[in-house]
Design a protein around this ligand. Sequence first.
Ligand SMILES: [Zn+2]
Ligand SMILES: [Zn+2]
Ligand SMILES: [Zn+2]
Length: 256
Amino acid sequence: MKVTFLGTGTSVGVPVIGCDCAVCLSKDPKNTRLRSSLYVVVDDLHLVIDTSPDFRQQALRHRIPRVDAVLVTHSHADHIFGLDEVRRYNTLQNSVIPVYASAETVEDLKRIFNYIYVEAPPGTFRPRLEMIAVEVSFRLGQVTVTPIPVLHGKVKTLGFRIDAGGYSIGYVPDCQTMPDSSLTLLRGLDLMILDGLRHRPHATHMTVAESVEVLRQIGARRSYLTHMCHELDHGETQATLPAGIELSWDGLVVTL
Ligand SMILES: [Zn+2]
Ligand SMILES: [Zn+2]
Ligand SMILES: [Zn+2]
């Protein structure tokens, strides 16, 4: 299993438009964060978790050759506004592409991308997507995907656990509260990736300290924070994290 961090930034990305703070002006490439998304390849199956507004750029940067399925955590703009770009893979693969999300998110996607369902004139390209509401584990070839329900403020959001070839990862980019039942679903992971927005408390995201505590409870072999804002300098923040917990960055690849 090959896991690529396509983006590790919060909703506005880093640098932030019009901001001249030290992180936004930083020359360290690890302080540049596109909107959060994960790309997972298992043998010849290519999965993307969330299609951010930066998805086109991310797909070009990492030369993503195909997309066999999209998993969507929730319908906030920073996680879905690149969904239209998937139509290029409809053309390349000559197939409909399945999109898996909660029933609420599927409803939102159908409303927000309503033009997908209007018949297109010949020669024009609209995404061809099959929206599939999921609640419990499902299979994609040799891969098992398990939705992980969490609370993102008051918004019910999903993370995903992916099991394949004896390895397992968990990805929960937007989360403020991790229910005990979801902690149970994340047992025995090789890699866990969790929301770690900033140090100051936030209404809908975990702080770095809260995230570190939950990552300790999960106890994966390797743990990463994601969805960071411009208040976190990569080097400075990394230096304060306990062993086994790291800050992710755009372009990081973990092979299991
Ligand atoms: Zn987000
Ligand atoms: Zn800034
Ligand atoms: Zn969100």
